[in-house]
Design a protein around this ligand. Sequence first.
Ligand SMILES: [Zn+2]
Length: 248
Amino acid sequence: MKVLILGVGDAFTYRSFGTSAVVQGSQGPVLLDCPDLIHRALFEGSLKSNWEVDVGTVDDVIITHLHGDHCNGLESYGFAKLVNRLMGKSKVMPRLWTHPGAAARVWERLAPAMDAPLTKGGRKSELRDYFDLRLIEPNMTSMIQGLAVECRYTIHSIPTIGLKLTDGKGSLGWSGDTVYDQAHIDWLSSCDVIVHEANLGPVHTNIETLNSLPEAIRRKMRVTHIVDNFDPDCTDIKPLVEGELIEI
Ligand SMILES: [Zn+2]
């Protein structure tokens, strides 16, 4: 499994992209979260990794939750995919995979910018004009571009999921935004690589807590969603780097 790290930043970053990645399934790429400047994040990630991937080639997006640093790119992504369809470059309606709590409210975020009629005098646009909405829930496995994807709710300020993705050969755990939750780490622990968030404040996981995990877990863990002045010497868990390509 090939994973391109697009962003490692948090909600307040001035130097990074929001935490996000592209995972290569056997049938195509899958975007994990869609932060601001998603086109540029993909462009720069492609340049650094030599894996050419852009919004045009990504038809599946998984959204962990509706904080802007994880979903602000959906508007531009949705419009870009629409333009591609209108120009005949693609016939695919992009699939937006998320949990019921986010699915119920994502249009509240997008509608003020996206609900104009697509034709003069036509009806107001709806979410289905931009996205094929697919629900993912705990205790179910979804096949997304050849990847088996499972999710679990985290402890965060709004409904949020973590993810486990596997192509049958390797597996990636993705914590999503969460406070330290041992049960969540136990759930992720079956994966070959665990990407865990590390940030400050009451709705995130402090790096000191991850430092106290058993060595066997820390060895396969990488941290993301880090502050701009994150000190890599404060931990033996390697922070992810933007443009990094991970082979699992
Ligand atoms: Zn969040």
